[in-house]
Design a protein around this ligand. Structure first.
Ligand SMILES: Cc1cc2nc3c(=O)[nH]c(=O)nc-3n(C[C@H](O)[C@H](O)[C@H](O)COP(=O)(O)O)c2cc1C
Length: 203
């Protein structure tokens, strides 16, 4: 089963392959999602740190995970792992690990960690490590865009004490980013970015 099969997986009624074997939830907004324009999603994405006290539907979560699974990775080895933190105590430890940023206690908290041991390539360790940082980061970025395409909002948390995060998760994998997701309390306009003429350095 591939991520691109996600819609057939959702409707096939084959509960054995479902990540969340809870009750079947037919997404009412599927047509909107299928019509989502990637460029609009990119242009309108905006970091948000105030979330509604509302759960994210399981089917949306599954699509976000499937989006992360589609990201390009070094050699296709997927040198990353995703921790979906549901436990409140662990979330509060992550708040502390993130310099006490309170919004890390979000409705959905995903920690993208590097897993260099998955990258079976004959390169020096520092290259393999760099690959796994990039794998984890790209997967998180794909998940973030997918979340916005699904009408959710997010904030990317890079200000983390790696050791504290590892202790909270009880893992020896180094975290790259915590992605906090939820429904937005209010819509914010996208932040202005650089002019393309300043961004692109032609040589
Ligand atoms: C590498 C990286 C680290 C970040 N770390 C944090 C963080 O620790 N806390 C936070 O509130 N936002 C963090 N952000 C979010 C940025 O503040 C935000 O993306 C930036 O202000 C641009 O706003 P926008 O996402 O709305 O375009 C981080 C973003 C990136 C890419």
């Amino acid at each position: 089963m591939y991520p691109s099969d996600i819609f057939s997986r959702m409707y096939a009624g084959d509960s054995s392959t479902k990540l969340y074997p809870k009750k079947e939830e037919a997404p009412s907004e599927t047509d909107d999602i299928l019509q989502t324009n990637l460029f609009n999603v990119m242009l309108n994405r905006r970091s948000q740190r105030k979330f509604e006290d509302r759960e994210i539907e399981d089917w949306k979560l599954e699509m976000i995970f499937a989006a992360a699974d589609t990201a390009p990775t070094a050699g296709g080895f997927q040198g990353f792992e995703v921790y979906h933190v549901k436990n409140l105590d662990v979330k509060l430890k992550l708040v502390q690990a993130a310099n006490n940023q309170p919004y890390v206690n979000a409705p959905v908290v995903l920690v993208f960690c590097m897993n260099p041991s998955r990258v079976k390539m004959n390169f020096p360790p520092h290259i393999i490590k760099k690959f796994s940082v990039q794998d984890a980061t790209l997967a998180a970025a794909y998940a973030q865009l997918a979340a916005h395409a699904l009408g959710l909002t997010s904030v990317w948390i890079g200000m983390i004490d790696e050791q504290k995060v590892m202790q909270a998760l009880v893992t020896d994998l180094t975290p790259a980013v915590i992605l906090c997701l939820g429904y937005s309390q209010k819509m914010l306009h996208p932040k202005p970015k650089r002019k393309l003429t300043e961004l692109i350095n032609e040589i």
